[in-house]
Design a binder for this molecule. Structure first.
Ligand code: PRP
Ligand code: HPA
Length: 158
């Protein structure tokens, strides 16, 4: 994923760094893993939003932390752990464009193979996974499991 992002974003950064927005909490591991592999000037900032909390079904998107860096006029790279229903990434893309981003690129560590009612564009995907609730590598299941050293599925009847 880093190779593809470098290929596309490096040419855009001679004058102004890319703003990498890490979508916390889930993106904490993939952010740390990918950062040393990105070879262009960037500012790192984060947003914190949540719609699952301690559940395994999504609800209303709650904002917990807005970016400190200004999004206006910047090329933004949104980095999240998972694309599931797509509600979170879509809302963050719209937020960045409303705030005046020059362009918004999107990357996820994991894309769940499922149908989506939300029309969301994702530019970079590291891994496709089956339509199961997954945890590990930053992903939680009811708040736990973010520290699991791989990506695992919950048993189907849990
Ligand atoms: O595509 P969607 O169905 O919107 O789901 C994806 C979002 O859900 C998870 O966040 P969560 O709300 O669990 O917060 P977290 O990042 O703190 O785990 C995950 O980190 C994504 O941001
Ligand atoms: O499968 C998932 N696992 C963890 N968090 C999530 N948020 C949306 N889907 C998932």
């Amino acid at each position: 994923m880093a190779v593809a992002i470098n290929r596309d974003l490096e040419p855009l950064t001679p004058h102004r760094p890319v703003l990498l927005l890490s979508v916390l909490n889930g993106a904490i591991v993939v952010t740390g893993q990918i950062l040393p592999h990105l070879h262009f000037p960037l500012l790192l900032d984060s947003v914190q939003v949540s719609r699952y909390g301690s559940e395994v079904a999504g609800g209303v998107l709650q904002w917990r932390l807005h970016p400190r860096e200004s999004v206006r006029g910047t090329v933004v790279l949104l980095l999240d752990d998972i694309l599931d229903e797509g509600v979170t990434l879509k809302a963050l893309q719209e937020y960045c464009l409303r705030e005046g981003a020059a362009a918004v690129h999107t990357a996820v560590m994991v894309r769940k193979q499922r149908s989506r009612s939300v029309d969301v564009r994702v530019d970079y995907v590291a891994l496709d996974v089956p339509d199961r609730f997954v945890f590990g590598y930053g992903l939680d299941a009811r708040g736990l499991g973010r520290n699991a050293p791989g990506i695992f599925a919950l048993p189907e009847d849990v």
